[in-house]
Design a protein around this ligand. Structure first.
Ligand code: NI
Length: 269
């Protein structure tokens, strides 16, 4: 079994062949896919998709790059809260900070992230975190949030979320894990020119790792630059097994178990 812990299946890149993409993933052993929204409209689409397919679950949220356009304060929170009432919604995401694209003023990014972390705490849902060149500020905000969860005795303190597409150092990874976060490993692990990614992934604890594709983006080698799809998570897991010196089945089972522990989806829905 494999879990693709981060993809965007509602993208129009799949409009022509979405059913085949999903069927290919299943055929290749990807039994569970988590599809994440980036604003209210895409969150609604991803919940509808999850409700129509066994094995597909949804996360709802506003991405930092979409926040300038998509964030309408209380109205947005209310819409996300309503969507999260679906039993197929297992996380709040994709949320976070992005100083690379910097499409949203930073104070607004901080506000939107904090509001959605509070929503996650209120709903008891873990978060899926996006970071680009904002590591220090992100740690500051997440550390505060987790401290509050711990103070309140929230069960979410044990499973606050996943740091998706983790691209930091071993020390940063360990710091995130100490806060309770899992780390999402994706296509860049397989890139020819990314030996440092493999060094880091070799040193991270398997008990904290998830595998992901971020489809339709970041396709792993040998599909780099083409459209990504959840079936390719197998290539990420295979490379992770290689760098950790383990067999494929061990890594597939461990990362699937870690994802289930974090997102706690229910088989029956
Ligand atoms: Ni993403």
């Amino acid at each position: 079994m494999l879990v693709d812990s981060h993809c965007h299946l509602y993208f129009d890149a799949y409009d022509e062949d979405r059913a085949e993409v999903i069927a290919r993933a299943r055929r290749d052993g990807v039994q569970v896919m988590l599809s994440l929204g980036v604003d209210v409209v895409s969150s609604r689409a991803t919940v509808a998709l999850a409700e129509a397919h066994e094995g597909i679950y949804a996360a709802v949220g506003v991405h930092p790059n979409d926040a300038s356009k998509a964030w309408e304060g209380e109205r947005t929170l209310e819409a996300l809260r309503a969507l999260a009432a679906s039993p197929k919604v297992v996380a709040i995401g994709e949320i976070g900070l992005d100083y690379y694209r910097d499409r949203t003023p930073r104070p607004l990014q901080w506000h939107v992230l904090r509001q959605q972390l509070d929503l996650a705490a209120e709903l008891g849902l873990p978060v899926s975190i996006h970071n680009r060149e904002a590591t220090a500020d992100l740690f500051g905000i997440l550390r505060e949030w987790v401290a509050d969860l711990r103070d309140e005795g929230s069960p979410l303190a044990e499973r606050p979320g996943v740091w998706h597409a983790f691209g930091g150092s071993v020390a940063e990874g360990e710091k995130a894990v100490a806060l309770g976060f899992r780390l999402g490993i994706g296509g860049p692990l397989t890139f020819k020119n990314a030996p440092e990614r493999r060094e880091v992934a070799a040193a991270l604890p398997l008990r904290a790792l998830l595998v992901e594709t971020d489809s339709p983006f970041l396709a792993p080698h040998p599909y780099r630059g083409r459209r990504n799809e959840p079936a390719y998570v197998r290539l990420v897991a295979a490379r992770l097994a290689e760098v950790q010196g383990l067999d494929f089945e061990t890594v597939a089972a461990a990362t699937s178990h870690n994802a289930l522990q974090l997102f706690q989806w229910r088989d029956s829905v």
